[in-house]
Design a protein around this ligand. Structure first.
Ligand code: ZN
Length: 187
């Protein structure tokens, strides 16, 4: 496993829609190695997830994992999940405003996400999964699948709420974490 360089906003690969991966291609050493490197890179950078575009690949793959994350201490745990060809759909109209960051963007800010969604994906062995996800975890899946459609948080964030991580820490973190922790208890 290798920690790869993370692409940042301005790199065209982040804006290119990704290509679906066939079952045969998924089984190759190249794609399995890419998945291993994505997991290693995500853990090294303390991301809640990473998309293939963030390590320079245009394949429709993302990995997600949250366990006592230092960037996002309020996020509930998510066991390691490898999503190949993921899609999602909302289950209802409930929306939550989340302050999000991204390993590829040096800012964070408020955007709106669906609270209750259904996700479909294949795991790294090609097995199909259809699952419902809720709350901040649903937000993490939407964030990663956005990457695979060439979208970044700056496309969704209210620009007046954009903040550096340092200013967020001073001015926003307490308020946001209090609200989102209450929200998480309810979802
Ligand atoms: Zn991101």
């Amino acid at each position: 496993m290798t920690v790869r360089a993370i692409t940042t906003i301005g790199n065209p690969v982040l804006r290119r829609p990704t290509r679906r991966v066939s079952q045969d291609e998924l089984a190759t050493g190249e794609v399995q190695g890419l998945i291993d490197d994505m997991i290693e890179t995500m853990r090294d950078a303390a991301g809640a997830g990473i998309a293939a575009t963030q390590v320079g690949s245009s394949l429709r793959i993302t990995t997600i994992e949250v366990s006592s994350n230092r960037r996002y201490p309020y996020k509930p745990p998510i066991p390691l999940t490898v999503c190949v060809n993921p899609t999602w759909e909302p289950l209802d109209d409930e929306i939550v405003e989340i302050n999000e960051g991204c390993l590829s963007v040096p800012l964070r800010g408020y955007l709106r996400r669906h609270v209750n969604i259904r996700v479909r994906y294949r795991d790294r062995h090609g097995t199909e999964h259809i699952e419902t996800r809720h709350g901040l975890t649903a937000g993490t899946f939407q964030h990663e699948i956005d990457h695979l459609d060439g979208k970044l948080i700056v496309d969704r964030i209210d620009p007046r709420t954009l903040s550096t991580w340092d200013e967020y820490e001073i001015h926003e973190r307490k308020r946001f974490e209090a609200r989102i922790t209450e929200f998480t208890k309810r979802t």
